[in-house]
Design a protein around this ligand. Structure first.
Ligand code: ADP
Ligand code: MG
Length: 226
């Protein structure tokens, strides 16, 4: 089954709000963590309580970090970058994580350097999210990252051999906080959809339970004016 996800502009305002809130929460959180460490150092209190508090802090930080990706950097101007090298870079970063699980990531580049105009940190994060999800969905096997050109778009397919997404859940994937993982945040895809939309692209998903999942990300090519 196939579904075209998210093309609303409402999401953009929500994303900015989420990033703003995440930013505001970060300072008091840092302060709280400092005081927690002071109490811990003073030797008062039970170690198991500290352990719980520290892991809860880590959880909050994980959520904030995912949302902060949505806040535009100071220099939010988009720059032209090569999607080929961006993908190479991300795959290199994630390869160690994959190999531990006996997963091999293949990049298939059908074409010459495909360039897009983007906030590269955001686009990197998007592909990190998709490939990480693919790794998390598998115990072993192959992930294919396929890059091609379609008219004026760069198309990236991320194909895994993982658990797949049940048809009944397909429409919920990408909803804020929707996760099927014990330690998931359910924010990765929401953030990714938001960023791709901000870059005038779109995302499609096809999945078969027990067989695998394919995410297709389309981004407008940077076309030099001659
Ligand atoms: P998280 O990874 O924290 O759970 P995401 O927003 O990245 O949050 O993903 C939301 C949910 O979508 C996941 O919990 C999982 O159920 C489903 N999902 C996403 N990508 C895949 C995939 N490649 N294979 C199977 N399920 C997936
Ligand atoms: Mg994820």
């Amino acid at each position: 089954s196939e579904e075209l996800l998210y093309q609303s502009e409402k999401l953009s305002a929500v994303g900015q709000l989420a990033a703003g809130i995440a930013h505001e929460i970060r300072n008091p959180l840092t302060s709280l963590k400092g005081f927690l460490q002071l109490i811990q150092m003073s030797g008062e209190g039970k170690q198991e309580y500290f352990d719980i508090m520290n892991s809860e802090f880590a959880r909050i930080e994980q959520i904030l970090n995912e949302l902060l990706i949505l806040s535009k950097p100071q220099t939010s101007a988009k720059a032209v970058c090569s999607l080929n090298s961006l993908l190479d870079h991300i795959v290199t970063l994630l390869n160690t994580q994959a190999i531990i699980k006996n997963i091999y990531i293949y990049i298939e580049e059908e074409t010459e350097d495909l360039r897009i105009r983007c906030i590269s940190n955001q686009i990197k994060q998007v592909f990190m999210n998709f490939i990480k999800n693919a790794i998390e969905a598998m115990d072993n096997g192959k992930i294919t990252v396929c890059l091609k050109k379609e008219k004026t778009f760069a198309v990236v397919e991320i194909i895994d051999e993982g658990c797949g997404i049940p048809e009944s859940m397909l429409s919920r994937v990408g909803e804020p906080f929707f996760t099927t993982k014990e330690k998931g945040t359910g924010l990765g895809l929401m953030v990714s959809y938001q960023i791709i939309e901000d870059h005038d692209g779109d995302i499609e998903v096809e999945s078969t339970e027990g067989v695998g999942t394919k995410f297709t990300i389309r981004l407008p090519l940077y076309l030099e004016d001659c």
